[in-house]
Design a protein around this ligand. Structure first.
Ligand SMILES: [Zn+2]
Length: 363
């Protein structure tokens, strides 16, 4: 997804990206205003308003991201989509109080912006009686921006998990029950509201249909994520890591290794020198090196310098988070500086489904 997004800048070490589809909206708004017969000025005004509005959305996302940062949770990036912004936090804080603060910080930013604009408009005499407010043209730019911030705060606080209001709801529920149960309830409510959004969207604003779909899918995804976390809870990397992988010789040429790899039917391999395991590699990685005409170089040259690993004693949920963000889809496991095993995404999926069955039997 990232390659389709434009890098817009960064603040506090958090990069902001603008998804390509966002520009369609800007163009659409421009056309809409332009076509209403007001010409270029109105078109530009409409487009500038949307940009200002999304500026407020970015600040909203920084509200989440910086609050999370204060609890030691980093944010991968912030990306702007036509339906709003998304701050990709590395994870949600586990303590309900912290999740509550992170969820509320976004809408709070919009309340502050709206309040500031209100005070400014009031002191500068720019605030007109509500009876004259039916005209939403370009002349009311700042008033409209204030109103939009009120709507942003209000809309995000609707308890449609995983929207902010839904996260608030889950955090409140999590004070009274375990997180998985709280997530299940919040997600049910979220999906119910999502269906209402889709239904209403058909009759009012079509964006609601999109937003409804995203909420529905998002709620399902969050349940799956919490279920996964619950099933891996209490396990360490060494409890599940793969230790019996075929060993490829570090001296072997990539082309030879690909042949061996095909014959073994495995997808993950140790790389060894003189009986010592030095690294881990995957079938895909070997194939990639082969395609990039490195086939006469040795595995040792290509793989071993790039080994990154987690310790055997790492909590499995922490390791899985690292694994999911890793494009190689596997991580080497180390102990005392030695490679002792590996975990892969495919393998962890199996572990999760096995753990699920064990837990089902137990309960
Ligand atoms: Zn938010």
């Amino acid at each position: 997804m990232k390659q389709w997004s434009l890098y817009a800048g960064s603040f506090a070490g958090i990069k902001v990206f603008i998804h390509w589809s966002f520009w369609i909206i800007i163009a659409w708004i421009f056309m809409l205003h332009f076509q209403m017969g007001h010409g270029w000025a109105e078109g530009v005004n409409g487009a500038v308003f949307v940009l200002a509005l999304f500026g407020c959305v970015v600040l909203h996302e920084f509200g989440h991201a910086l609050t999370a940062k204060s609890y030691g949770v980093p944010t991968r990036n912030i990306t702007l989509y036509p339906i709003g912004g998304i701050a990709s936090l590395e994870k949600m804080p586990d303590k309900p109080g912290q999740e509550l603060a992170v969820a509320l910080a976004g809408p709070a930013v919009n309340v502050v912006i709206a309040g500031g604009l209100y005070l400014w408009l009031k002191s500068s005499g720019g605030l007109m009686p509500l009876s004259e407010m039916d005209h939403m043209g370009g002349g009311n730019f700042w008033f409209n921006l204030m109103a939009a911030n009120v709507i942003l705060a209000g809309f995000n606080l609707i308890p449609a998990f995983p929207m902010d209001g839904g996260r608030v709801l889950r955090a409140l529920l999590a004070y009274r029950m375990d997180k998985l149960k709280a997530t299940n309830i919040a997600a049910r409510i979220g999906q119910l509201l999502a269906i209402v959004f889709v239904f209403l969207g058909f009759f009012t604003n079509f964006w609601l249909v999109f937003i409804g779909f995203f909420i529905y899918l998002g709620a399902g995804g969050e349940v799956a994520y919490e279920r996964q976390k619950a099933s891996l809870k209490g396990l360490l990397v060494r409890d599940v890591m793969l230790t019996k992988l075929p060993v490829l010789s570090a001296d072997a040429a990539i082309s030879e290794a690909v042949k061996d790899a095909i014959a073994s039917q495995e997808r993950l391999f140790f790389v060894g020198i003189d009986g010592q395991i030095q690294g881990v590699t995957s079938f895909n990685e070997l194939l990639e090196a082969h395609k990039n005409s490195a086939s006469e170089r040795s595995i040792g040259e290509i793989i071993i310098p790039h080994v990154e690993g987690v310790s055997e004693h790492t909590d499995l949920n922490t390791a899985v988070r690292k694994l999911m963000g890793n494009p190689k889809k596997y991580i080497a496991v180390t102990h005392g500086g030695q490679v002792t095993g590996a975990i892969s995404q495919k393998h962890i999926e199996d572990v999760i489904s096995i753990q699920d069955q064990i837990n089902k039997k137990a309960s």
